[in-house]
Design a protein around this ligand. Structure first.
Ligand code: 0L1
Ligand code: MG
Length: 262
């Protein structure tokens, strides 16, 4: 680690205030160019603690930058992970308050709910499928706290991977009843198709994203507990939205999820 605890806590406060006050900031590596991965996750975990200490509930975990489209869009090489708290949850078909966000974008994601814990190293797709209770569709709203979405990967990890809101719905289905690699997904904005993808867009198989999360957590001495909701990452690139937009993501065999920006 290159940052001391006081700096980690101050950066967590700066980033969380940017989120809560809807005021963007410049990427934190501008002031701390030597910040390393451990520092970045330490800041993210400090933000998570701030939220939990105020009574928010941890409701899941997410992987980010797991699809070729996102990797290309962001010009990065490695997936990253973040947390999901109760403050981010919105209802299927419901409103997302545009005024609470800086510059939101949406992503269609395949989500897993686990019935057994998963731990790394060595966690693989087979382990994930055996540990999965059901699969549900989701839309994530990301909202980087960095001005104009200009950042580097460490700054993004510190900012909880731009997490802001998410909606889940559709039909819960057992993984053995689905062809997750070939699952078709259509993303619509205001009734028009803006992107299409298949489940394989996420690391070749969306379960590989959950396995990667277990392996990344394993390096930290952590695991994915039974019952965890895991979003596996956008199957397409992220699309900017404006007030008044309606977004629907349709997933083959597991139904659709929608939201309106009001
Ligand atoms: O959910 C995600 O894919 C996180 C991506 C982080 C970078 C971004 O803001 O697009
Ligand atoms: Mg995402």
């Amino acid at each position: 680690m290159s940052l001391d605890q006081k700096t980690i806590l101050a950066l967590a406060e700066r980033l969380e205030n940017a989120e809560l006050q809807r005021s963007d900031i410049v990427k934190i590596t501008d002031d701390h160019p030597d910040m390393d991965w451990e520092d970045a996750y330490a800041i993210q975990y400090a933000i998570r603690k701030r939220k939990l200490d105020r009574g928010s509930k941890l409701v899941g975990l997410k992987m980010g930058l797991t699809s070729f489209a996102k990797i290309k869009q962001m010009g990065v090489e490695e997936p990253i992970f973040g947390f999901l708290v109760s403050d981010y949850v919105r209802q299927d078909g419901g409103a997302i308050e545009f005024d609470q966000l800086i510059h939101p974008k949406v992503e269609a994601e395949i989500a897993f709910v686990l019935k057994s814990a998963l731990s790394g190293p060595g966690c693989h797709v087979g382990d994930v499928l055996a540990a999965t209770d059901f699969i549900v569709p989701a839309i994530e709203v990301i909202d980087s706290r960095y001005r104009d979405f200009k950042f580097d990967l460490k700054s993004v990890v510190a900012d909880n991977c731009s997490s802001a809101r998410f909606v889940t719905g559709g039909h819960a289905r057992k993984p053995q009843d689905l062809d997750l690699r070939n699952m078709g997904i259509v993303l619509e904005k205001n009734g028009e198709v803006i992107a299409t993808a298949a489940g394989a867009a996420v690391l070749g198989h969306p379960a590989a994203s959950v396995a990667m999360l277990a392996n990344m957590l394993g390096k930290r001495g952590e695991h994915i507990p039974a019952g965890t909701f895991v979003m596996t990452g956008g199957v397409t690139e992220a699309y900017a939205v404006a007030r008044g937009d309606s977004i629907t993501a349709r997933f083959q065999d597991i139904g659709s999820v929608s939201m309106r920006f009001t």
